[in-house]
Design a protein around this ligand. Structure first.
Ligand code: A3P
Length: 333
């Protein structure tokens, strides 16, 4: 799919080092050795590589009017949403039984700009010019840190968010899996979910503070509804047909009466369901790297699972924080 181009040097190493020196740093229960740094109000990994990738993305990505960017904080269902957008946009390109989603993890079809395009590990800056329109990308980056052209062009953003406790539990188990594999030590005593709760509550998670991430995109969706399609994981789960229909309208490819009659929306929902994706050979056996398998992107996929992991006190604390932060925004989570 891609050519083996040599990556151009896009951001000088010394500049990244100097910038890191000036940034606030913290550690968390799950990432104690690999600290976080706060860049433009949001936490990212304290490695030169992560920051460099973000800077490259910020400085070198030029959005086009027709671009579609799937955005969301990690573990809010971004792969599900990527699959749904991909299947909707490309529905006439592939016969039903030949959908690339049957052979690829959604993240391999909708590259993440700051890592899979501008990242060191998978450098594909050339890829941005090779993709046919509409180009489909994804990002975990907060809205205020996105390259200016995303805001100034007609490029559209599709944002998914999720209830904070479900997001936090999902993130905990995901990161824990990676850490355990990295440690490779059977006796390793992992940090507790309660410790992770405190970090997440304080906003200390990659791409956090979580609620600030959500609020930025939510406000933009109110100011520029033609620019942002904003959806909650819970709503997509409850009424997928309605939301996939709206999604298609938003991206300019509404379902025709004939497609409605033929049940095309239902087919897309079925294809992108966790039940289908989880049992595909590729998602059962594929690996991102030696610490992360494709199967780790599909855990339970339920609404409200998070609440069962915490004491009523902790649930109430998170609810109060959420209410306080969202007060006056018109959004509830
Ligand atoms: P849980 O850990 O709560 O099960 P992301 O894709 O942003 O990494 O989010 C991962 C979460 O989305 C996980 O949640 C995962 O199980 C869930 N998920 C993955 N595919 C899904 C699908 N097709 N439908 C609903 N949820 C899905």
């Amino acid at each position: 799919m891609e050519k083996n181009h040599e990556e151009p040097i896009l951001v000088p190493e010394e500049e990244v080092q100097q910038l890191i020196e000036t940034l606030e740093k913290t550690s968390t229960s799950l990432i104690s050795t690999n600290k976080l740094i706060k860049y433009e109000g949001f936490w990212c990994a304290a490695s030169d590589e992560s920051l460099k990738n973000i800077l490259k993305f910020q400085r070198h990505f030029c959005a086009r009017d027709s671009d579609l960017i799937v955005a969301g904080h990690p573990k809010t269902g971004t792969n599900w949403f990527k699959a749904s957008v991909f299947a909707t946009v490309n529905r006439n390109k592939y016969p039903k039984l030949e959908s690339p989603l049957l052979k690829n993890l959604p993240r391999e079809l909708v590259y993440r700009l700051e890592s899979q395009i501008y990242g060191q590990a998978y450098p594909r800056p050339h890829h941005v010019d090779e993709l046919p329109s509409p180009r489909l990308f994804s990002t975990h980056i907060n809205y205020s840190s996105l390259p200016e052209s995303i805001s100034t062009t007609g490029c559209r953003i599709l944002y998914i968010c999720r209830n904070p406790l479900d997001t936090l539990v999902s993130l905990y188990y995901f990161v824990l899996t990676i850490i355990k594999k990295r440690k490779g030590d059977e006796d390793y005593e992992p940090p507790s979910l309660e410790d992770f709760f405190e970090d997440f509550y304080d906003g200390k998670a990659m791409h956090g503070p979580y609620l600030d991430h959500v609020i930025e995109y939510w406000k933009l969706s109110l100011e520029r509804p033609e620019k942002v399609f904003f959806i909650k994981y819970e709503d997509l789960k409850k009424d997928p047909e309605n939301h996939v229909r709206k999604l298609a309208e938003f991206v300019g490819v509404p379902f025709t009466m004939e497609e409605e009659r033929e049940g095309v929306i239902k087919e897309i929902i079925e294809l992108c369901s966790i039940k289908t994706l989880k049992q595909l050979e590729v998602n059962k056996n594929g690996t991102v790297n030696k610490f992360l398998d494709y199967k780790h992107f599909f855990r339970k996929g339920e609404v409200g699972d998070g609440i069962h992991h915490f004491t009523p006190d902790l649930v109430e604390r998170m609810n109060k924080l959420t209410q306080r932060k969202l007060q006056g925004t018109g959004l509830s989570l």
